[in-house]
Structure formats: structure tokens, C-alpha cells
Design a protein around this ligand. Sequence first.
Ligand code: FE
Length: 332
Amino acid sequence: MSKFMFRNIFLSATMAFTLLACSSPQSSEVNLYSARKEQLIKPMLDEFTRQTGIKVNLVTGKADALLQRLQSEGANSPADVLITTDAGRLHRAKQAGVLQAVSSAVLTKSIPASYRDPQGYWFGLSLRARPIIYAKDRVQAVALSSYEALADEQWHKRICIRSSSNIYNQSLVASMIAANGVQATETWANRFVKNFARPPKGGDRDQIKAVASGQCDIAIANTYYLGQMIHSDKAEQKSAAAKVAVFWPNTSDRGTHVNISGAAVTQSAKHKDAAIKLIEFLTSDVAQQWYADTNLEYPVSWGTFKADTINLSKLGELNAEAVKLMDRAGWQ
Ligand code: FE
């Protein structure tokens, strides 16, 4: 894959210029609603403040709760910037009318087109991949190939995956609709659910643990959860992680499903200039590297892989279709 590094050599110059150009007191602070936990983002915000003098007031919360809060606060919301995960969720925020389109030459230049909204409503900050995780002692990597092939009979009652109410799976299915169409994806989903080892429960980490403990042989999960288990100070998490391996599906066609965490300027933003500056800062090389490393969203230690190049705004557009399809297929 092409590395998700947002090259940005002119950033510091641009920032210095814009700082001089708008020294109004309005831009001396910016209010951020973040679905990323404080320890995963605070050091970068402090660095932003150190470089620009703009204070960042941070509110953290669960992704869906923050979106709801933005909606109920409406025009009175103090939020200037929203940071959240999944392009499907960013699309939902856009549809809900709580974001505004902004144009920034810095962001256009530094973020690949497939990782930002075509109209400028949201911008990708880091990349996450959702590959296959398999039991090393029970599955041969050569038996694996694609998401589509997980519907084959050989995987009968051998797969663990979380609920269809989760946006990660909705976005994965949306990517398959984009690639294969509704009908083929529905046929796939009907067979795929028959291969579930158990009714969906728990988060991605629970699926990986279930593979490690032998409840199933294959899971689909975001790689940073495995990364967290590998780096965990809990022995059982470490040993569970040691029993599984990552397989990058669909390398012979569109590539492995990827998604983003991203940032957006809110509709209610009262510090719009500062909001744009903050997002620009978070796409600078140094911030990118730190942010991705801290969130374990750069799976470089597992080697490079081929990422699906679909424009991620498609995932949001096809979200409703994906949800209905999973429901029809009986994916709980
Ligand atoms: Fe997650």
C-alpha cells in the first residue's frame, strides 16, 4: 500500500503566515470534541498550543454520544472541531448537519483524496485496517484469500465477528457492496452468517480472544486491537495475541478494507480559523507519526499490505444499504 503519511513540507511556513494574518482574539482558543481518549491525543494538542499559542479545550466521549451531543446542542454547541473514528460515522455527522465544509490548500495537499470528504466536510487523520485474524495452530494462511471466500463451506461455524450494529462491520459490508453490488453481497452475507461460531457478541478484542481460546478459528478485527494485546502488560492478553496471526485479504483484487479516524469543523464553530489550523497541524508529518504510533494504527510491524483504494465517502453513502442487507441476512 502507499503509506498513509501526509506529506506536508510547507506546513510550518503556511501556519506561520496564517498566524500573522489572523491574530484576532477569537482564534486564541479552540474547542475540541474527541472520540479518541485523552491520553491518545493530549500530547499532540499541547504541542499545537506550544507552536501556535492557541489553547485547546478538550472534551472526550464515546463516538456516538458525541455526535448526539452535537446534534442536541445545535447552533449553540461550543464545539469547533470533531475528531471521531470511521468514515461511515463522519458521513453520518455530515448528514446530521453538524459539520461544515471547509477548504484548505494544506489539507487538500496533505491528505489523499480517498481519505477525505470530496466536499471538505471531513478529513482523515490516521488509517486503520480490518483484516482477517486466524488461529496459527488450526488455520493455514494458504487456505485464506478474501472476505468473499469466508462464505465458503470450509469455514462452517468457525468464524467470530462482532454485531452488525457496529459501524466497522457496516463499513466493511458497504465496501463489499461498492465492489460487488448489493445482490452478490447479500448472497455472500447469507452464507457468511452460517459460518459464525456463535451469535455476535463483544468487541473486536473479544473476537481475537475467542480465536485464541479455540471458540472459533477466524475473526475479522481492526489491527490496533491486536496491537494493544501484543503490547499489553497482562500476560493472558499477550499469550492470546501470540496464538493468532494477521492475514491481509483481497490482495489479488481491491485490497484489504481500511478506514480512518478523522477530523471535521463543526457547523457551530465560533473559532473556525483555529479549528482549521488544528486539523492542519494534526496532518503534519510529526503529528501523523505520533498519532498513528500511539493509536497503533500503522501496522508497519506486520509488513506492508495492499489497501482498498475506494473513496471512503462511499462507505457512508452505502451505510444504510449495508445495514438493511445485514439485517436481511440475519447478521445480529
Ligand atoms: Fe475501535
